[in-house]
Design a protein around this ligand. Sequence first.
Ligand code: GLY
Length: 357
Amino acid sequence: MVTPLPFNTSFATLEDMIAMIESNYSNSLCFILVEENTQKNCMPHVTALESLFAVPSSLRNAKIIEIPEGGKHKNLETFAKVIEQLSVNNADRNSLLINLGGGMICDIGGFAAACYKRGIDFINIPTSLLAMVDAAHGGKTGIDFNNLRNQIGVFAPAKMVVVDVIFLKTLPEDQVLSGFAEMVKMALITSDDFWTAIKHAELDKVESLEPLVIEAIQKKMQIVEEDPTEKRIRKILNFGHTFGHAFETLALENDTQLNHGYAVAMGMLCELWLSEKMLNFDTAKRHGITEFILSKYPKFPIQSEDFERLFAILLHDKKNSTNEIKPILLEKIGGPRYDLICSKELCFEALQAYSIL
Ligand code: GLY
């Protein structure tokens, strides 16, 4: 019998985290995984807790593990460094790893925790908008391999996810936009009302985003609870990601910078075009959404010479079995469909339509 993974719909505050460490990990060795910029910008918020609360000594004495900054380090080498640090510092099965950072830290830290001595507990404290609304929740952990995203990984839920918008204050604008793309995605796959709220979001006042962040997390966790290991409905969370990942991989191959949210935004443009073709998604609505996305995100330029390569990458995407492309499509806003097969010809047409937007 397969035991269901204990996914949790709730998320917590820093104060809740301290209480949990006090009750469950006061005799444990604690580790905090950071990258350079989270060490600089976000650790002070964690350290400041000591002046506000009675912080358990296991947390006060936590060993910091720092890894290099940037998504390109989400690889086997960095994973090995984290494992090595846990090992040389005598982490045991009762140790706790706290992942303080963006999606990269949550993904690689969660994976290292899930693998070290067959699994130790971990807590995610997402500090980027992207991680806060998406990557930190739902138990997907892993690393990239051979330029392909998330090729190695496991489902392993964090014991707790701390959500505090204070961390967003330190984020540069492009990072806010990157996370916001996941919120746009969440709105388009779930509800017209949420989409209307998202359209009116004030991105220059990140703290005002809190209710939208919370709604996005709750919507994600409802889906994850129904299908934790992405056999069915959880696939809809990949809206925009099939084409988005292909753009990301192409950018990586061409040594161009394209962050995840921007790639997903571009992916949504292609998948909306396919939605109109295959499922009669409303044309005027598609134009409105396309205009909204292009008013916020720069277009990732592609030429017709890129189409074959992009298609080859699409075929290799782990979500597409054999020779079929199965992007998530929408019948309407809040009406996602999965497992629909899209032909090579239609993919090329979608890329063509995208390239001349
Ligand atoms: N980021 C999509 C998911 O968690 O399934």
